[in-house]
Design a protein around this ligand. Structure first.
Ligand code: ATP
Ligand code: ZN
Ligand code: MG
Length: 499
């Protein structure tokens, strides 16, 4: 890594009288011999490669390697110079960054194109080398933007490298074969029978009494077999998620292509909205473009269910003896823009989940995940009687941040539960169990009295996915359903008839 920074320090008055040239020369010598080498291995660090004093300005050219990066050198130097000039009653008014060039060793990764980066004016990519011309000011150096840019590039490269490997799916368990009673797409069949109807929104359904009763039966099984015996308590998590939550949960790194965005009016003054109302009244069309100019994005709809829960604990310290804590939420919908991937109730833009969330010490969190896995095995084998499997996959929170690196997490991570759909032969993920490490407690500053790390985990149970899998294997006729499930679901109500 090479850094080359040209900056101008602007002082409060002319330097010619007060600080003698020899004093500045001495300062530069001191910087190059000592100040800008501190913390770097011998022979490394930053260096003032050129300088010039003109009136009230000091022009500097700083070059460096990765040990004392040029922008760090500049900030370091500015502080010391401030002290020196202070003796002459001269202050440093400001720093202007004229030019900042960073060059990295860069083996172009297949499929990775760096076309545009924030705060970068120009990108040059040559054999084994990537050069960035930054467009930054002093405040951005303070915020460590150059370091974050380098980090971002490394993350992008790791993600591409890692995507090329296949180890991010590993079979952990596979159930016995089961007898399938159906070979059609259950959504199609439900539409035929009027169990559900397409709603007005994309990837959205109105669920009729029959399928709703099936969803509720799944919930009851989950509660009776898992939540209640394990001591889970119900909570209600928000379903509108403010940006501040997604900043802390990490979703702000990558959620954009799949988010459902939420906006509020810039004002609730009816006069401000009168033109929109009038337009609708005379055309019967909603003027979406006009609305766009009058609203403000404030966040999105629930995507992963647990992030907004953590605001409940944000900044708190908890006594260790109340651990482990187990809670769940089933208070509302989740929303994802699935684009062209929509498929019946298997892949929706609006879906329903029970989110199971636990926390404890590291050991408790890992242990509890094993207990959950046992309970789930019982439900899928003995009650729903489906053909299913468990696989170790990229942790969902890393996938959702667009990050790679399964190898570095052994104890934390995600298990996906998948089941085969006989009508297509494809496997569908219908839920997961994740140990999220200390990610959330760190992100939301939640601590334990003992100082030990707080860990957490979550499991998202997709009701539509459970239904998709169960009905695809067993069909819609109750006589082919396992007795245990039939006793929970009871008779399906017949309410509507159409002419
Ligand atoms: P997929 O790979 O199928 O898109 P995912 O990895 O995005 O799933 P997660 O983020 O792990 O899913 O979400 C947890 C659970 O939420 C899933 O196991 C599934 O039950 C449910 N789920 C996620 N996306 C959808 C969707 N679009 N429609 C219905 N259920 C969904
Ligand atoms: Zn979660
Ligand atoms: Mg998905």
């Amino acid at each position: 890594m090479e850094f080359e920074l040209k900056a101008v320090l602007k002082c409060s008055s002319s330097l010619s009288g007060a600080a003698s040239p020899s004093e500045i020369t001495e300062f530069v010598t001191y910087c190059n011999a000592d100040l800008l080498k501190r913390g770097a291995p011998p022979g490394c660090g930053a260096e003032i490669a050129g300088w010039n004093v003109a009136e009230d300005k000091i022009e500097l050219k700083i070059v460096s390697d990765r040990f004392v990066r040029a922008h760090d050198a500049l900030l370091r130097l500015k502080k010391e110079l401030g002290k020196l000039l202070g003796k002459h009653r001269i202050g440093i008014r400001g720093v202007e960054i004229e030019d900042y060039k960073i060059a990295l060793d860069w083996e172009a990764e297949e499929g990775l194109k760096i076309r545009k980066l924030p705060f970068v004016r120009e990108i040059k990519q040559e054999e084994g080398r990537l050069e960035l011309l930054l467009d930054v000011d002093e405040s951005m150096l303070d915020k460590r933007i150059p370091d974050r840019l380098i980090r971002l590039l490394e993350d992008k490269r790791d993600a591409v490298r890692w995507k090329g490997k296949s180890e991010h799916w590993e079979l952990l368990f596979e159930s016995e074969q089961r007898q399938f009673h159906f070979d059609k797409d259950p959504t199609e069949e439900m539409l035929k029978r009027g169990w559900l109807q397409h709603a007005a929104g994309r990837g959205q359904y109105v669920y009729g009494p029959q399928i709703t009763k099936i969803f509720r039966a799944f919930e009851k099984i989950l509660l009776d077999e898992l939540c209640t015996p394990l001591g889970y308590k119900e909570m209600i998590f928000p379903k509108f998620v403010a940006w501040d939550v997604w900043k802390k949960s990490g979703h702000a790194k990558g959620i954009y292509p799949e988010a459902y965005y939420v906006c509020t009016p810039k004002t609730r003054d009816p006069e401000y909205w009168e033109d929109v109302m009038d337009y609708f009244k005379v055309t019967n069309e909603v003027p979406v473009d006009m609305i766009m100019g009058k609203i403000e994005n404030v966040g999105g709809m629930c995507y992963a269910q647990c992030p907004p829960f953590w605001v409940f604990l944000q900044g708190k310290i908890m006594p260790d003896e109340i651990l482990p804590i187990m809670v769940f939420d089933r208070s509302g919908t989740s929303h994802r823009y699935e684009s062209g991937g929509l498929h019946g109730i298997e892949r929706l833009d609006e879906f329903h989940r029970v989110e199971i969330l636990w926390m404890g010490t590291k050991q408790q969190a890992i242990e509890h995940s094993k207990v959950l896995q046992e309970k789930y095995r019982h439900i899928f084998n003995d009650i729903l009687d489906i053909a299913w499997r468990e696989a170790w996959v990229t942790p969902w929170f890393m996938a959702q941040e667009g990050k790679a690196g399964l190898a570095e997490i052994k104890e934390a991570g995600t298990i996906d539960y998948e089941a085969v759909l006989p009508y297509s032969g494809k496997w569908l993920e219908f839920q997961n169990v994740s140990v999220n490490g200390d990610k959330y407690p760190k992100g939301f500053s939640v601590k334990l009295q003992s100082g030990e790390d707080l860990w957490s985990g979550c499991s998202g149970v997709g009701l539509e996915r459970w239904a998709a899998v169960f009905l695809a294997q067993k069909g819609l006729d109750a006589e082919n359903w396992p007795e245990k499930f039939r006793s929970v679901v009871g008779e399906l109500p017949e309410v509507f008839r159409f002419l």
